[in-house]
Design a protein. Sequence first.
Length: 196
Amino acid sequence: MSDFTGTLVVLLLLITALYMLVNQNWRWAIAALGIQYIWAFLLVIPSWPAELAVVKLVTGWIAASVLGLTRLNLPETPPASGSVPSGIAFRLLAAGLVVLLVLGAAPRLAEWSRAFDIYQAWGGLLLIGIGLMQIALRSGFFRSALGLLTLFAGFEILYAAVEASTLVTGLLTAVNLGIALVASYLLIAPTLEAEE
């Protein structure tokens, strides 16, 4: 991967992850998750055969579709208007700290491991950090599921360079789909209880 292409993919990956972190509209968050899986696919393809990398891409799209269809069937709730601007500013500031940490840690990690290049280290660590922030700073099962899927996408970028096993790919696929299905159930459970 050339320097320009690798840098562009990492920047686009960062933009989609930040957009999921700060936006209020769930539809755009699902779209950003689907696009994020495209950029993660481009970082995985140098390490895995094309067939395994496509499995990661399709799994991410299926997980995003499951969450989107579940959320579509729930009643719309207006976003909280109390502290939205300060909440966004805080999340962006915290994301800036994660970016600074990743910029310092990724080169050392790439030197130490030698299994993956600097762009995979940047992309994987950025997604792990921003996924953890999504889980910690946003409330609700839907946002937590987005954070977990983002975190696992970052883990898969780093792990792809270390292991290219079909069994491991299947297990990671099961984890991603399991997160989407459990989050979908937890989103629908309150409406099922109300109907009974």
